[in-house]
Design a protein around this ligand. Structure first.
Ligand code: ADP
Ligand code: MG
Length: 567
């Protein structure tokens, strides 16, 4: 084969300065792109063999990443399908550059360059972000194919000649440029591979590592170990989310959680295995972490993959806002490899994926609630905050969550919204026919009011969580007809219509009047109402309540700059 020189047809002088400039912050993705090309080439030979279109031995497929610090090169090798010289011209020169040409045209029109760059998978050409010269040595799987060699210095001209490869596959050799010397480091490359290639479906080897192996016994009969150098395979080729849920045990899911978050101390509460192939393709596992309080919530723990290649852990837009505190993995080939925020927002698949995830999470919660209510109630402490957040922020989710959102009373009994309505609807009614839900936000402080309510046969909800002020208005709006929430220390308990007639007071009317005037004088607050209303001598004979209206005014005054309403 003669050496052939050519010029890449591209309207712009040189695309590489542009690529370098704008992708600079993210230039580590060159390795992701080249390793995933090598994986693609490996998968292709496997597929050809299974279709009977390749008679040769497929062998053990392996992608090899090699660093030569002295020569300042990084080489990515595979034993995949390889390329003929014609294929290089077609796939590397033309196809990739046509993408690049389009890129440049769009780039000229764009007001936000980053937005545009995110939309183009520059794939192979991302190598030029870090290399000033790139070589390809390749031999196609096809019978009688000749090895080919291609080289390009990042200008628009390339050189193609006979190659030296003796076995099927491809080497991509990067001559790393001055500014990118950070990549000539074992640990830096290991870090990038861990990030992007950890779950790729073909073994990726990066040098060797030392491990210890059993080596017989010493004189005392104790086991001996020796250090051996073994291949450093950086990936797990079949991560849990790629398997069928029926193949996996709880221990497998927990082990995978550990694999994703080795430093996590807690086990997840439960998980959801996502698996859909229509109308879009998506797999994944979402874990519900233990949430102790809202300060501990960690966002951006979900990792986004596309065909087992890590893309990003910025999953905003794909995952609904209220689910951002879940952990786990989502993998969809329908999510473009080079994602940018604006692209995601515009993409219709992304909207569908978002809705699907919301639905799956709601369905799973409902399933747990129905099949194991006790277990669900035990988890409520950890998931309640998240479910309430979801209900307040997502209407679709709220529709479903209405059935399993729990209200807890001062006796630590849990009720669904509907059950609670049924429980109090005939008992806690005011003269206008409103159904009054009593609640406390601080059961220690409102202890005596709770006690009074209880003796009257009323129920008191505990609403002391960070979102519960919003939940009270939610329940008023959606909780059924004429539901009103009143704080237990508001002047409301006595205004409720009781089923049973009032019992006789255990103290005389005279005693009662005396007590009243003593307390009114002592308290001397016009906004507080004193009542003497004891049913038995052991009970608290006097209650002091703040009018609900006055209480709200007071709360408002507090939030409006913290001034004391009463001076
Ligand atoms: P994409 O991977 O999206 O097709 P790339 O720019 O990454 O775009 O690669 C362009 C093409 O070059 C690939 O589609 C493939 O045909 C060819 N190619 C790249 N790397 C290899 C490789 N290691 N082995 C065989 N073919 C390759
Ligand atoms: Mg590619």
């Amino acid at each position: 084969m003669n050496t052939e020189k050519g010029s890449i047809s591209i309207h712009t002088e040189n695309i590489f300065p542009v690529i370098k400039k704008f992708l600079y912050s993210d230039n580590e993705i060159f390795l992701r792109e080249l390793v995933s090309n090598a994986v693609d080439a490996s998968q292709k030979i496997k597929r050809l063999a299974s279709l009977g279109q390749y008679q040769g031995e497929v062998g053990d497929l392996l992608v090899d990443v090699k660093l030569d610090e002295a020569a300042k090169t990084i080489t990515i090798s595979d034993n995949g399908i390889g390329m003929t010289a014609d294929e290089i011209k077609k796939y590397i020169n033309q196809v990739a550059f046509s993408g690049a040409t389009e890129f440049m045209e769009k780039f000229k029109e764009a007001n936000d360059a980053n937005e545009i760059i995110g939309r183009f998978g520059l794939g192979f050409y991302s190598a030029f972000m870090v290399a000033d010269n790139v070589e390809i040595e390749t031999l196609s799987y096809q019978d009688g194919a000749e090895a080919a060699h291609w080289t390009c210095d990042g200008s628009t001209s390339y050189e193609i000649s006979a190659g030296t490869r003796k076995t099927r596959g491809t080497d991509i050799i990067l001559h790393i440029n001055e500014e990118s010397s950070e990549f000539l480091s074992q640990s830096r490359l290991q870090e990038i591979l861990d990030k992007y290639a950890r779950f790729l479906p073909v073994n990726i080897r990066f040098g060797t590592k030392t491990t210890s192996e059993p080596d017989g016994e010493d004189e005392e009969g104790k086991p001996k170990y020796k250090s051996v150098e073994v291949d450093n395979i950086i990936n797990n080729t079949s991560p849990a989310w790629t398997k069928a849920p029926s193949e996996l045990t709880d221990a497998d899911y927990l082990a995978f959680y550990k694999e994703l978050y080795p430093y996590s101390m807690d086990e997840p509460l439960f998980w959801i295995h996502l698996n859909v192939d229509y109308p879009f393709n998506l797999t994944g596992i979402l874990y519900f972490p233990k949430i102790k309080n809202e300060l501990e919530i960690q966002r951006n723990k979900i990792k986004l993959y596309s065909r087992q290649v890590f893309i990003t852990d910025e999953v905003k837009d794909i995952v609904p806002e209220f689910l951002m505190l879940l952990h786990g993995v989502i993998d969809s080939p329908d999510i473009p490899l080079n994602v940018s925020r604006s692209f995601l927002q515009a993409d219709s698949n992304v909207k569908k994926i978002n809705n699907y995830i919301t639905k799956k999470v709601a369905d799973k919660l409902q399933e747990i609630f129905k099949t194991d209510r006790k277990g669900f109630e035990e988890k409520w402490n950890d998931i309640g905050l998240f479910i309430k957040y979801g209900m307040l922020s997502d209407e679709k989710f709220a529709e479903k969550a209405n059935e399993f959102c729990l209200l807890t009373n001062t006796n630590k009994e849990n009720y669904t919204i509907k059950e609670y309505y049924e429980k109090v609807k005939d008992i806690q009614v005011d003269k206008d026919g409103n159904i009054i839900y009593l609640y406390t936000h601080d059961s220690a402080q409102q202890d005596s009011f709770i006690a009074t309510a209880k003796t009257k046969g009323y129920d008191v909800l505990v609403l002391d969580g960070p979102l519960d002020t919003h939940i009270t208005s939610y329940l008023e709006q959606k909780g059924g007809d004429k539901v009103q929430l009143k704080r237990v220390d508001a002047d409301v308990i006595d205004k409720l219509i009781q089923k049973d007639e009032k019992q006789e007071l255990s103290i005389s009317e005279e005693e009662s009047k005396q007590a009243l005037s003593i307390f009114e004088k002592a308290i001397s607050r016009p906004d507080m109402k004193v009542e003497v209303d004891a049913l038995s001598a052991e009970e608290l004979p006097v209650s002091v309540t703040i009018d609900e209206f006055m209480r709200r005014m007071k709360d408002m005054a507090k939030t409006n700059g913290g001034m004391n309403f009463y001076g």
